[in-house]
Ligand binder design. Structure first.
Ligand code: FES
Ligand SMILES: [Fe+2]
Length: 430
C-alpha cells in the first residue's frame, strides 16, 4: 500500500517536455491552450502561450479563424507575440514577414523571390474551439485522434462557466489534489462544514454549485477504485446518517478521472470538469468548466473558488500567491476560517505551490486514504509504458466522453451498488 515512488518514476511522471516519455504520451491528445474569451476579438492582441514545454503564438484573424504557430518567427526568431495582427494574418515586426492561420507565408518584404513563399510554410498546428476553450494538437500528424466530445460542450453557453488559472506548480501536484477525496472535508472545511469551529457538523445544502458540499462529517472515507476505458473512477464512502427505518447508510461521492489530465468534480447541481494542462514542468494551466442544466452565475463560481485580485485576474489568469506575499493567507481570520483563504480553488492551488515546483515523492508516507492518488500514478505510468511499446495510451481511442458522470455526495443504503448511479462510466469506450 504505502509504496513510495522511486526518483526515476517521479521523473517520468512529472517531466513533460519534448522527447520525455510523459511528454510524448501527452502529445497524443488534444489539449486546451487558452479560453475562447481570451481571444474573443478578430484581429485582437495575439497570445503568447506554452504547452508541454513548447512556446506558441495564438491569434484570431480578420475572419475569426484562430491560428497557432511556433512563437518564434521562422525567419530569424523574433517573437511573433510582438507582431501585428492584420488583414487575415500575423506580421513579424522585425522584417515584416506575414503568416496566415495555417502557416502560409503571405508576404516577405525583404525577399522578393515569389517562389520562396510558395515553397515554405511556418509550423502551424490544428486548432478547434469547443466548450469555451481553444484546443490544439501538437503531436505527430499521423497519430492525431478525432476531436473528443465532452458533456460541457453541449447546450447553451449560459449553462457553462469557464475559468482558467496558471499556477506555478507541476501539473501532477494539482491533478493529485483532484483525485484525493479525503482532503475535501478538511482543507475545504469552510465549504464542506461551515460550523467546523464549533466541533459540530452542518451539511451545506444552500449552494447547488458547491463542490465542497458533503453529507457527512466522516473525514476518513473508504475508497473503492475501478478501472475504466478512460482511466478510472473511484468512490469515497463516508458513514451516512441512519435511514428513516433505522437502516445503515453510506454517503457516496464518485469522481471519474480521464487520462491524461482530466477529471470531473461533483457538485449538487453542476459538474466541474477540470483539466490540469502542463505549460512546462513547473507551470500548469488549470481549466475549470462548470456545467449544468440551467444558467450559471460565473461571478458566483469565481467567488466560491476564492479567485480575486491581487492574486488572480481574468485577463492574464496568472495565479500570483507565493511566499513573497505570504501566499495571501490571512492568519488573523483563522479562528473562524479554517485556512485563512477565500475559497476552494485558491486553497488547492496554494497547497500545490507550497510543495515547491516539483515535489520529491520519494519522501512521502502514504495511507489508505491516498489509494486513488497512488492509482493515478500507476495508471499514468501504465499509459506511458503502453505508448513506449507502440500501443495507444489509455483513453486515446475515446471520442465521445459525454456519458461519463461524477456523483455528488449521495446517501444510499449499505450494500447498494454505487456503479449503478453512474452507469455511463463503465460503458463508455467499451
Ligand atoms: S525575424 Fe521575423 S521577419 Fe525577420
Ligand atoms: Fe481541493
Amino acid at each position: 500500500m504505502a509504496r513510495m515512488l522511486s526518483a526515476e518514476e517521479n521523473d517520468i511522471l512529472t517531466r513533460v517536455g519534448p522527447g520525455t516519455p510523459m511528454g510524448k504520451m501527452m502529445r497524443r491528445f488534444w489539449m486546451p491552450i487558452c479560453t475562447s474569451a481570451q481571444v474573443s476579438e478578430p484581429d485582437g492582441d495575439p497570445l503568447r502561450l506554452k504547452l508541454l514545454g513548447e512556446s506558441f503564438v495564438l491569434f484570431r484573424d480578420t475572419n475569426g479563424e484562430i491560428g497557432v504557430l511556433d512563437e518564434l518567427c521562422m525567419h530569424r526568431g523574433v517573437s511573433l507575440a510582438l507582431g501585428r495582427v492584420e488583414d487575415c494574418g500575423i506580421r513579424c515586426l522585425y522584417h515584416g514577414w506575414k503568416f496566415g492561420v495555417d502557416g502560409t507565408i503571405m508576404d516577405t518584404p525583404n525577399n522578393t523571390n515569389p517562389r520562396f513563399k510558395q515553397r515554405m510554410k511556418a509550423p502551424a498546428y490544428p486548432v478547434r474551439e469547443a466548450g469555451g476553450l481553444v484546443w490544439i494538437y501538437i503531436g505527430p500528424k499521423e497519430c492525431r485522434p478525432e476531436f473528443p466530445h465532452f458533456e460541457f460542450m453541449n447546450g447553451p453557453a449560459e449553462h457553462r462557466a469557464v475559468i482558467r488559472l496558471n499556477t506555478r506548480a507541476n501539473y501532477l501536484q494539482l491533478l493529485e489534489g483532484g483525485t484525493d477525496s479525503s482532503h475535501v472535508g478538511i482543507l475545504h472545511s469552510n465549504q464542506a462544514n461551515p460550523t467546523w469551529m464549533k466541533d459540530e457538523f452542518t451539511a451545506r445544502d444552500d449552494e447547488d454549485f458547491n463542490p465542497g458540499a458533503l453529507a457527512s462529517s466522516d473525514n476518513a472515507p473508504t475508497l473503492e477504485i475501478e478501472d475504466t476505458s478512460f482511466g478510472y473512477h473511484y468512490v469515497a464512502k463516508r458513514k451516512g446518517p441512519r435511514a428513516e427505518d433505522g437502516a445503515p447508510t453510506v454517503s457516496v461521492r464518485v469522481t471519474p478521472v480521464f487520462l491524461p489530465v482530466g477529471r470531473i468534480i461533483p457538485a449538487p447541481a453542476y459538474q466541474f470538469f477540470v483539466f490540469e494542462v502542463p505549460q512546462n514542468d513547473y507551470v500548469t494551466s488549470t481549466y475549470i468548466i462548470t456545467h449544468g442544466n440551467k444558467p450559471i452565475d460565473r461571478g458566483e463560481i469565481i467567488r466560491i473558488m476564492g479567485l480575486k485580485e491581487p492574486f488572480w485576474n481574468d485577463q492574464d489568469c496568472n495565479f500570483r500567491a507565493d511566499w513573497s506575499n505570504g501566499m495571501g493567507q490571512d492568519r488573523a481570520k483563522m479562528a473562524t476560517n479554517w485556512t485563512g483563504f477565500d475559497g476552494i480553488e485558491q486553497e488547492d492551488a496554494i497547497l500545490a505551490v507550497s510543495m515547491g515546483p516539483i515535489l520529491d515523492r520519494t519522501k512521502e508516507h502514504m495511507v489508505a486514504a491516498d489509494r486513488a492518488v497512488i492509482h493515478l500514478r500507476a495508471r499514468l505510468l501504465e499509459s506511458v509504458q503502453r505508448h513506449e511499446k507502440g500501443e495507444s495510451p489509455i483513453s486515446h481511442e475515446i471520442v465521445d466522453y459525454t456519458p461519463v458522470r461524477s456523483l455528488p455526495d449521495t446517501v444510499i443504503r449499505e450494500g447498494e451498488r454505487w456503479q449503478d448511479l453512474v452507469p455511463g462510466n463503465s460503458t463508455v469506450g467499451v
